[in-house]
Design a protein around this ligand. Structure first.
Ligand SMILES: *Cc1c(COP(=O)(O)O)cnc(C)c1O
Length: 378
């Protein structure tokens, strides 16, 4: 059906905030690239997925759960919330499940943001924050990020963020570490920031990469939940647990905050196999340890390669690295695609010369580096 057959301008009829949205650009699927270029054997280092795949225990649990999918899952996700509560040392009533943690971020916006209210986040912060804030018609206040010569280049400047908070600010989003920069904020600075926030301002600490971080002063914000009822910590099974395709994430908060999130949450927002896989993956500490070790080695491999080539990169504590290719990154991205290597240009994050590459297995990283050499040399 063509566009001319339309009876009304449904874009103009959409809510004001929705009209201004541009769809989130996900990493290119391998199948799409290979269909377009007629190639095979491509690798995807574009969406910060776990190169080791899912926890075998999680996968087995999902397979078993498939037998039961004629029935709706437990809408409250009790077993998974109980497993998380036990693991994290919080009450079940503090845990809200999401269809990925992006779902939880959206629930937060729907519950507390809207016209006449504002949200604060940093420049170069995770792309889902602007989307969920705009969609509900709230004002987005974007704080300047740290400069390139700062110890956390392009990272969140908590002072700049605090300066944008006013009486109508209901939510502040902090990605720790942030994607795509890989930068992080330390325990003392983050704690001081949260303590300085007005009581009516919720602080969302997005810890999607929590399990990867090994820095000394990297905070576990969950430890402060009892102290700060306006704190929400989000985590996910999409990254180190290798379950991105199943869509499970969660928020941990004060039970009253969780109660509000559960009012806007769709009753069956996490599927049965997803819940089962997450419970099993949570127990699979060996898989998490191995994933962390592979990431540590791969990150060193990539940063060494950048240093040898004089390529600037933002020091990262996540499972990805943003590299300045010294020219508009779109053409380099396209060149890499033709080499069968999918990475992520981050122009949409106002970083037009950067490519973000997910840390892969050794051979995958090597293949990326060799392809990058060819593309940059050409
Ligand atoms: C990947 C990511 C998420 C979560 O994605 P889900 O798959 O929806 O759980 C959240 N925050 C950041 C910063 C991320 O990079």
């Amino acid at each position: 059906m063509s566009n001319d057959a339309i009876s009304a301008d449904f874009v103009a009829l959409a809510l004001t905030g929705v009209q201004k949205l541009t769809p989130y650009q996900p990493g290119k699927p391998i199948e799409e690239l290979e269909r377009e270029l007629g190639i095979s054997g491509s690798i995807k280092l574009a969406s910060n997925e776990n190169p080791l795949g899912p926890s075998p225990k999680g996968l087995e649990a999902a397979r078993r759960a498939l037998e039961g999918v004629a029935l709706y899952p437990d809408g409250a996700g009790f077993a998974l919330r109980q497993a998380l509560g036990r693991r994290l040392g919080v009450e079940v009533g503090c845990v809200t499940l999401g269809n990925g943690s992006n779902d939880v971020l959206e629930l937060i916006a729907r519950a507390w943001l809207g016209p006449g209210r504002s949200a604060v986040y940093s420049r170069h912060a995770f792309a889902v924050y602007p989307i969920v804030v705009q969609a509900v018609g709230a004002e987005a206040r974007v704080a300047a990020a740290h400069a390139r010569d700062h110890a956390q280049p392009y990272g969140h400047d908590l002072n700049a963020m605090a300066a944008l908070v006013s009486g109508d600010t209901r939510v502040v989003f902090i990605a720790n570490p942030n994607n795509p920069t890989g930068t992080w904020v330390d325990a003392a600075a983050l704690r001081d920031f949260i303590a300085s926030m007005p009581a009516q301002t919720l602080v969302v600490v997005d810890e999607a990469y929590f399990e990867y971080v090994e820095e000394q002063n990297y905070p576990d914000a969950m430890a402060w939940l009892a102290e700060f009822p306006n704190l929400i910590v989000t985590r996910t099974f999409s990254k180190i647990y290798g379950l991105a395709g199943l869509r499970v994430g969660y928020a941990v908060s004060h039970p009253q905050v969780a109660d509000v999130l559960n009012r806007v949450r769709q009753p069956f927002n996490t599927g049965l196999p997803a819940q089962a896989a997450a419970i099993a993956a949570l127990e699979d500490e060996a898989h998490v340890r191995e994933s962390r070790a592979v990431n540590r080695a791969g990150l060193a491999q990539l940063t060494d390669a950048c240093r040898e080539r004089g390529l600037y990169y933002i020091p990262s504590v996540g499972n990805f690295l943003s590299i300045d290719v010294g020219r508009p990154a779109g053409a380099v991205y396209d060149g890499l695609l033709r080499e069968g290597v999918i990475v992520r240009p981050v122009g949409a994050y106002e970083m037009p010369q950067f490519l973000r590459v997910t840390v892969g297995r050794k051979e995958e990283n090597q293949r990326f580096i060799a392809a990058l050499d060819r593309v940059l040399g050409a």
